[in-house]
Unconditional design. Structure first.
Length: 581
């Protein structure tokens, strides 16, 4: 052997896994797992919080859509619509009353004018009666007779004429008063009709149109609510899938902690004589558990990202479309309701004026009725006058027959009395007929004003109810305007976070490869030798999949009765849908 060879010492190479074992003992290897584990844990916690915040916002959005439709079924809206319907109908009746009142006043004015002609004829007849009485007294004075019957006749004639003249004067005064009252009432009625009829008719038509518009909005709101509920249910199912997928983060965390536990057990035994033997068992076991964790993490995160992407796209379209529909509903409903409120507030002064006008008509009816009754009583006097004049003329004719030629003048007067009686009778009958018609008109007016006891609907109450509905609709619209963009932003942020966290396990395949260098297929004898330690590790697992991998790597049978419990997320889609919507 040469000197060089004598000094040459062959150093055996380190085992393939010695560097890995050194890193495990120092804790550097576990740190490569703990870092991503913590990042994953924080990311999934943040994503879970974001999804729950989005879920609450979706609840608010769904409630706002539903409540917008329910506002059109609520007591405030229904009471307001009922008030408006009554107002519209009552305003229609008021307009009919105005038209009827105009016709009644015009008819009463025409009727009272017609009284003037027969009244003038009556006045002329009574004046003639007075002249006849004077002539009769003169003629009677020229007749030589010791009987004073003629004097009594002429005195009675003068008395009848005076009484009739007083009755005619009374009728004339009442007639003039009625004419002035009717003329003034007709003037005010005309002014009211000219000033308010068209306005009230326009308001009635607008109320009718607004009610139809509101009914259309009501139907549209119901359709919108149904559509929004269907779309929201779809998003709710996707949120349920996403919330269930968040559990993948917690499961990954647990499985990584269990891999770290395996590495800790190996590090604790580093100074033992059998450390390399134990590394030959725990290295492949940790590699298998970490590899399976990585594969499941990639699959679960991929599913989670896909669910988030689909939900984000759908939610963006649905929420934006729903907000736009709600905005259109709010704009149309708000415009219709605001128009109704304006009309309701403008109709109150008109109704007050109509009430005053109706009171004026009532007073006219009462006054006219009293005047008609008074004139009728005076007509009774005139009709008695006609009877008395006829009787007086008959008696005078009888008396003249006994006076012979001396009573020729009185015979003429008796004949004139007959003519006066006929004229008086004709005028009285005509006046009575006219007053009968006037009394019927007055009765119609009194009945109409009594029946038109005012508008049943309360404009102020209806306006208040509709303003309450409008305020609530605006509040729901504000909720949508604020919640929809926030929800979309949260889903966008969650999707971006999911993309970032999906790269957290990119370094795990390299760690798996390095762990595999610690050993190959475990020897059954070695597994039996470290049975207690391996059983302790197995008890750390929280998932059946980990136990199956453990048993498969170590060649152990899986004990019976360890079936996986039912997954908690099996009914999550329905549960989260029920929770959200």
């Amino acid at each position: 052997m040469s000197a060089a060879a004598a000094w040459l010492r062959v150093v055996p190479p380190d085992p393939p896994g010695s560097a890995v074992l050194d890193e495990i003992v120092s804790g550097r290897f576990a740190a490569h797992i703990a870092g991503p584990r913590q990042a994953i844990e924080q990311a999934f916690l943040a994503m879970g919080s974001g999804l729950m915040a989005g879920a609450h916002l979706l609840t608010d959005i769904s409630a706002a859509h539903r409540d917008m439709a329910l506002e059109f079924e609520g007591p405030a809206f229904l009471q307001g619509v009922e008030q408006i319907s009554r107002l519209r109908d009552e305003v229609g009746r008021v307009l009919e009353g105005i038209t009827t009142g105009d016709a009644e006043i015009a008819r009463l004015a025409e009727t009272t004018k017609r009284v003037r002609t027969p009244l003038e004829q009556m006045d002329s007849a009574i004046r003639l009666l007075g002249l006849v009485a004077v002539n009769a007294r003169i003629v009677a004075a020229g007749i030589e007779s010791d009987q004073n019957d003629l004097t009594a006749f002429t005195s009675e004639m003068a008395g009848i004429a005076a009484e009739a003249k007083a009755a005619v004067r009374s009728i004339s005064e009442v007639h003039e008063r009625v004419c002035r009252t009717v003329a003034e009432t007709r003037r005010t009625q005309t002014e009211f009709s000219r000033g308010h009829f068209r306005t009230m008719a326009a308001i009635r038509d607008r109320l009718d149109e607004d009610l139809r518009s509101i009914e259309a909005q009501r139907a549209q709101a119901a359709e919108h609510a149904d559509r929004s509920a269907t779309l929201a249910a779809g998003i709710g199912a996707q949120v349920g899938e996403a919330v269930a997928a968040v559990q993948a983060g917690d499961m990954t965390r647990q499985r990584l902690e269990h891999v770290e536990t395996i590495l800790d057990r190996l590090a604790d035994a580093a100074d033992a004589a059998d450390a390399e033997r134990l590394a030959g068992l725990l290295g492949p076991l940790a590699a298998a558990e970490l590899g399976a964790t990585h594969a499941d993490f990639v699959a679960e995160v991929g599913h989670f990202v896909n669910a988030l992407e689909a939900m984000r796209v759908d939610a963006d379209a649905v929420l934006r479309a729903g907000t736009e529909r709600a905005g259109r509903t709010l704009a149309a409903s708000g415009e219709a309701l605001a128009a109704l409120v304006r009309d309701l507030r403008s109709i109150r002064p008109l109704l007050d004026d109509e009430a005053r006008n109706r009171e004026t008509a009532r007073q006219l009816g009462e006054g006219a009725a009293d005047a008609m009754h008074l004139m009728m009583s005076r007509i009774d006097v005139l009709e008695r006058t006609e009877h008395d004049v006829r009787l007086l003329g008959l008696n005078m004719a009888i008396r003249c027959s006994g006076l012979g030629d001396r009573a020729s003048g009185l015979r003429v007067i008796a004949k004139e009395l007959s003519g006066v009686a006929a004229d008086t009778s004709a005028a009285a009958a005509q006046i009575r007929d006219i007053l009968d018609g006037a009394q019927k008109t007055v009765a119609d007016t009194r009945r109409r004003t009594a029946e038109g006891g005012g508008v049943e609907g309360d404009p102020a109450a209806a306006a208040s109810d509709l303003e309450t509905v409008l305020d609530r609709l605006r509040a729901h619209g504000a909720t949508l305007a604020e919640a929809c963009p926030r929800t979309i932003a949260i889903l966008d942020e969650t999707a971006e976070r999911a993309h970032r966290v999906s790269a957290s396990g990119d370094g795990w395949p390299a760690l798996v490869a390095r762990l595999e260098t610690l050993g190959g297929t475990p020897d059954p004898d070695e597994v039996a030798a470290f049975g207690d330690l391996l059983a302790g590790i197995r008890r750390v697992y929280t998932m059946q999949q980990e136990r199956r991998i453990h048993d498969a790597v170590l060649g152990l049978p899986t004990p019976g009765g360890e079936d996986e419990p039912p997954a908690a997320d099996g009914g999550d889609a329905d549960d989260i849908d029920g929770f959200l919507f």
